[in-house]
Ligand binder design. Structure first.
Ligand code: TXA
Ligand code: MG
Length: 315
């Protein structure tokens, strides 16, 4: 795939928005760093984000809205979150909030957590793109996993050329450092990641933030806590034969008809997109255990297997 380099014109924005609506990936500028964007309501698009970044695991992603109203359909704003959004949005502040039960968001975007990280970026191109696409955009930094975050379109292309549909070029990012992440899903607002918005500024509005790294008494963040979804039933991995009392999470054309199949054709992007919904579904019936067929340890299969290993060994 050739990555198109789109200019910051109405035509460039329209083309980028159309690609997002079609489920493709577009890197776009924010005031912090370039984001690697995909439709946050589309499991396949979100799975492609992890694939393009070459991530070995499913770290939850930030969901970007054109404004706060757009995000209210997906998460519960607490009074503290209202105050912080009012003071700092649009801007370099990401809020972790409880996911609404019926939120039409990809399950993969929050990697099985019951919270979602949301932000309204302070960049005219980002806002126009999200508004024109008409959907929230999931976006990690637009670089390969383990490399430096991109602050220019050229950096994005160095890392991701050929792996994404397009980059919308807005020149250099003004802050050049990722957003500050604050968890407002519990009673004590907690600093999860220092970033472009100084914590002193946030505390002047919120009062003292808990710092889990400095203070062992502080509530741990959802990412640190094992609050990731784990099935209640025992999970067996790499299984090719099955017992009567088991339900089967299949992969590929050789799966039995009774299995829920992550991907009949053996496509890892499709498998990642189905993973969380199928695990939930298999955990609901009255089967005693879940047997998972082997999944190749390549590309997205590495992140899928990482997640399944955690499901198989509850922390
Ligand atoms: O400035 C930024 O934040 C950029 C631009 C593109 O917006 N994005 C970015 O995304 O840095 P990423 O994926 O590289 O970092 C997201 C951070 C990670 O530290 C992740 O663990 C945390 O947010 N995060 C996301 N969802 C979370 C959740 N539900 N609970 C706790 N932490 C979460
Ligand atoms: Mg990053």
């Amino acid at each position: 795939m050739e990555t198109s380099h789109l200019p910051q014109t109405p035509e460039g924005i329209a083309e980028a928005a159309k690609l997002i609506c079609d489920g493709a990936l577009v890197a776009f500028p924010t005031e912090t760093v370039y984001g690697l964007g995909g439709n946050a309501t589309d499991d396949q698009a979100v799975a492609k984000i992890y694939e393009a970044k070459n991530r070995p695991d499913f770290n939850p992603l930030i969901v970007h809205g054109a404004d706060k109203a757009m995000l209210e359909a997906f998460v519960e704003f607490t009074p503290m979150a209202e105050k912080l959004a009012e003071a700092f949005w649009p801007g370099a502040l990401t809020l972790v909030l409880k996911r609404k039960a019926d939120a039409p968001l990809s399950l993969l975007v929050s990697a099985g957590l019951d919270t979602v990280a949301v932000r309204v970026p302070d960049h005219p191109l980002a806002q126009s793109l999200i508004a024109e696409a008409g959907c929230p955009i999931a976006a990690p930094s637009a670089n390969l996993s383990g490399t430096i975050s991109p602050t220019r379109a050229e950096h994005v292309l160095e890392s991701l050329n050929g792996r994404i549909a397009a980059v919308l070029d807005g020149g250099a990012c003004s802050l050049g450092i990722e957003s500050t992440v604050v968890d407002c899903s519990t009673n004590t607002p907690t600093l999860l990641r220092p970033g472009g918005l100084e914590s002193e500024k946030i505390e002047s509005v919120s009062g003292p933030l808990a710092h889990p790294e400095k203070d062992p008494e502080a509530p741990r963040s959802p990412g640190m806590l094992a609050r990731h979804y784990a099935p209640n039933r025992p999970v067996g991995l790499n299984r090719t034969s099955f017992e009567k009392h088991e339900v089967i999470l299949g992969f590929g054309p050789s799966a039995p008809d009774s299995a829920l199949n992550l991907s009949e054709s053996g496509n890892l992007v499709e498998a990642a997109a189905n993973l969380f919904a199928m695990l939930h579904q298999l955990d609901q019936g009255d089967a005693k255990a879940i047997a998972v067929m082997p999944i190749p340890e390549t590309g997205l299969g590495i992140a899928i297997n990482d997640r399944l290993k955690r499901a198989a060994t509850p922390e």
